[in-house]
Design a protein around this ligand. Structure first.
Ligand code: 6PG
Length: 243
């Protein structure tokens, strides 16, 4: 374990239902705290299956949505109508019925002719939402919370093993080329994740057990790099995923 590593706190939920409930409660708490302290909350959402029930539960809670800005940790570079679109799934799962101003929801750009240009555009939008100057380094962008998952291969966001995006430090948002069956994506980079005030990682199921252990230990996987987080880092897992 490298010195100064932020291993974070491990919290274990009994089952996926409790994971969703506790995830929603933590999301709401981060929002309420940010609104109290700074007048608003900028929350970055991941896709994947794990957080979906937590998002649906969050939509049922009392949240000052008019004070919340929603951005994405990553998305697939596909049409929003696609079942592979993180934004599209969120819209259909919970966002469409949320009393949040439309201007407060900032999806990553859908599929288009210019993947790199779309990533640059989102970098600019993220800076505008956070009130950061165009030239600010990525680690100056302070999200109030980023909700993350981890893949079986140890990726988080769309920061996959062996990809160039893992080592980007001069940009907040990058385009991730498709590889094999994996479609092209857009993702936040690690410096932005490391500077978030809170990181909440959700994981469930036995396949994630070795990944969580490696991420909080000395595994050579992208998610282990979350140990460089400067804010609060919480790993909220179910019993099956608990190391
Ligand atoms: C995505 C997510 C990705 C996800 C992991 C875990 O766009 O797919 O951002 O990083 O969090 O792949 O996904 P599950 O929750 O489905 O296991």
């Amino acid at each position: 374990m490298s010195a100064g590593a932020n291993v974070g706190a491990l919290e274990v939920a009994t089952d996926p239902e409790e994971l969703a409930e506790r995830g929603a409660t933590k999301l709401r708490a981060a929002i309420v705290d940010a609104v109290r302290e700074r007048g608003r909350a900028v929350v970055a959402l991941s896709g994947g299956e794990t957080p979906r029930p937590a998002y649906v539960r969050l939509a049922e809670l009392d949240v000052p949505w008019e004070r919340v800005e929603l951005v994405w940790v990553d998305d697939r570079f596909v049409p929003w109508s696609s079942p592979r679109s993180n934004y599209g799934v969120a819209l259909r799962d919970w966002l469409a019925r949320l009393p949040i101003p439309k201007g407060n929801v900032h999806p990553m750009p859908p599929e288009g002719p210019d993947h790199e240009g779309a990533a640059r555009a989102y970098d600019a939008e993220l800076r505008r939402v956070l009130g950061a100057p165009a030239g600010a380094p990525p680690d100056a962008l302070a999200l109030d919370l980023a909700l993350l998952g981890v893949g079986d291969d140890g990726h988080t966001a769309s920061l996959f093993p062996g990809t160039a995006a893992l080592d980007v430090t001069d940009r907040a948002v990058v385009a991730v080329p498709g590889e094999g069956a994996r479609e092209p994506r857009i993702t936040l980079t690690f410096p932005v994740l490391w500077s978030a005030r809170r990181l909440l990682v959700l994981a469930q199921g036995p396949k994630k057990k070795p990944v969580i252990a490696a991420a909080r230990g000395d595994g050579a996987i992208p998610a282990r790099r979350l140990q460089r987080a400067r804010g609060e880092l919480v790993w909220l897992v179910d019993r099956a995923a608990a190391p």
